[in-house]
Design a protein around this ligand. Structure first.
Ligand code: ZN
Length: 102
């Protein structure tokens, strides 16, 4: 019974490891991913929020970006109660007006 318990435990550990390892391989193309920091844009209604130096996982092959759940929660928190380091005016252009109607 001890042996069975031990092997079951091992299996659990291995499953956990596999889940973690998935983060090193791109879920879209299977390429290698790495950690990097980006400026993330978050649109909430008509307001646009910018987050500098956001740690994300990026695929070196296809450029797909993943943001950790914790980081997304922090973004939500900052929008609600964070104090921005600065504010910028963002010019907005609408292509449906710039191009002639088809
Ligand atoms: Zn990829």
């Amino acid at each position: 019974m001890d042996t069975a318990g031990a092997s079951r435990k091992e299996e659990k550990t291995m499953n956990k490891k596999t889940t973690k390892d998935n983060k090193t391989i791109c879920g879209v193309c299977g390429g290698e991913v790495s950690k990097t920091t980006i400026t993330h844009e978050e649109q909430r209604g008509t307001a646009l929020y910018l987050f500098q130096n956001v740690l994300v996982t990026v695929c070196g092959a296809c450029g797909e970006i993943w943001i950790d759940e914790e980081v997304l929660q922090e973004i939500d928190r900052l929008i609600k109660e964070g104090v921005p380091v600065r504010k910028v005016e963002t010019p907005v252009y609408d292509f449906s007006r710039a191009l002639p109607a088809v």
